[in-house]
Design a protein around this ligand. Sequence first.
Ligand code: FES
Length: 119
Amino acid sequence: MLSTLEKTEPKVADPDSLRTAYPTPEYAKNKHRSIKPEYLVVVGICSHLGCSPVEKFNAEGDPSLPGDWEGGFLCPCHGSTFDLAGRVFKNKPAPDNLEVPPHMYLSDSKILIGEDNKA
Ligand code: FES
């Protein structure tokens, strides 16, 4: 899944999470947009009009996804698509990537969402 992010990078609108409508915390300004590459923490609200994107780990049986779909999230309301790091694809209604909320790991198996070390 992580290797797909290199393939989607040229197709997403803000690959480095530089837009500021939903500022990405510094610790998530990387290719996988997370502290730990294997875990993505994002708010499940589309940056267009607030619908809930759903996971689409493959395109099977979904004609609204392109043939080269690498997996990610689809907002069913107006068709915005996001890659597995929550980065919005170009030319979609959503203006921004999925928001990475403040969060931090309290241990290897415990995460606190809503606060980070900067609080
Ligand atoms: S609310 Fe997600 S595409 Fe419009």
